[in-house]
Design a protein around this ligand. Structure first.
Ligand SMILES: C[S@@+](CC[C@H](N)C(=O)[O-])C[C@H]1O[C@@H](n2cnc3c(N)ncnc32)[C@H](O)[C@@H]1O
Ligand SMILES: [Zn+2]
Length: 279
């Protein structure tokens, strides 16, 4: 992965012996013991600990590990493999959270071709998320960084994945190669509808509009629907903790939700595959 220096934008070189990355201007970034690097410069931070906090990261980790979104992971892996140009594709997930999807994608690549040399990287603004991801995923490269100022070389990637995370189109276009693909996952109209019914007096369907794709042309869209039965209180609690709806509801409503024992709920994902338009 060609990370660049967040201060001077020169390429970072790995010094495995000293366990750090360094640019030609001698800006140095240590590799944390979990295996990630922090490329977030202080002036990019709008708060002390931006992005998902520790509790949200742990909740997402627990919920995803139970396999409720396995259908999305499988489909995303299949699509990523299908659109990868060769065995040494450079793949980046922005807002990669605790790394569940990237691990699943990497797993499929390994199963299909054990000799592949594709490189899987993730970045997230949340240090807790990156720390957790790196700890669980020694095969992937992670950095703490904002998707609005990615520490990534221009025209260097084959595929960028944005899965329920923010990232501006111009920045994605900058880092993708000319025929690069941008894979975006967004909620479909019925996503977690039954959960939203419990939270809002009138739950509306998600609007199926794709935004932030100005520099791209849509080439394929896949809809993925499923019904999940969440019947363990700790799993329900994890789902609540990782969704923004929960935090938007009153304390009283949160208490009611915390008493729930079981929930049958629809999941609805839209995967859009986009191609960078020539400039
Ligand atoms: C809803 S979570 C999705 C995580 C992961 N893609 C998944 O589906 O499990 C959104 C993620 O985006 C991250 N995030 C928010 N703003 C970001 C930014 N400006 N740059 C990079 N990551 C960001 C959050 O920290 C969080 O991990
Ligand atoms: Zn530098």
């Amino acid at each position: 992965m060609r990370w660049i220096c967040p201060h001077c934008q020169h390429t970072l070189q790995l010094n495995a012996e000293h366990k750090n990355y360094r640019c030609e201007n001698n800006h140095c970034f240590d590799i944390a013991k979990e295996g990630y690097i922090n490329l977030m410069s202080a002036n990019q931070k709008k708060s002390q600990n931006p992005g998902d906090n520790k509790a949200m990261v742990q909740a997402r980790k627990q919920f995803l590990a139970a396999g409720f979104y396995q259908n999305l992971a499988d489909k995303l892996a299949e699509i990523t493999a299908q659109y990868s140009p060769d065995t040494n594709a450079q793949i980046l997930e922005v807002g990669s959270g605790e790394g569940y999807y990237l691990r699943e994608i990497n797993r499929l690549f390994n199963a299909k071709n054990p000799k592949h040399t594709a490189v899987f990287s993730g970045l997230d603004i949340s240090k807790d998320a990156v720390k957790t991801a790196a700890k669980m995923s020694p095969l992937q490269f992670y950095s703490v960084a904002s998707s609005f100022h990615m520490p990534v070389m221009d025209n260097s990637l084959d595929i960028v994945i944005r899965n329920f995370a923010p990232a501006p189109s111009a920045e994605i276009s900058r880092v993708l190669k000319d025929n690069g693909k941008f894979i975006v996952v967004t909620p479909g109209p019925k996503h977690l509808y039954q959960l939203r019914q419990l939270i809002y007096r009138q739950a509306t369907e998600h609007e199926n509009v794709l935004t932030g794709i100005e520099d791209f042309q849509l080439i394929e869209q896949v809809h993925l629907q499923n019904t999940i039965n969440i019947d363990k209180p700790e799993q329900l609690n994890a789902l609540l903790q990782m969704t923004p709806y929960y935090w938007q509801t009153s304390k009283e409503n949160q208490e009611k939700l915390n008493q729930l024992q079981q929930l049958e709920c629809q999941t609805d994902f839209v995967i859009s595959i986009l191609q960078k338009t020539a400039v």
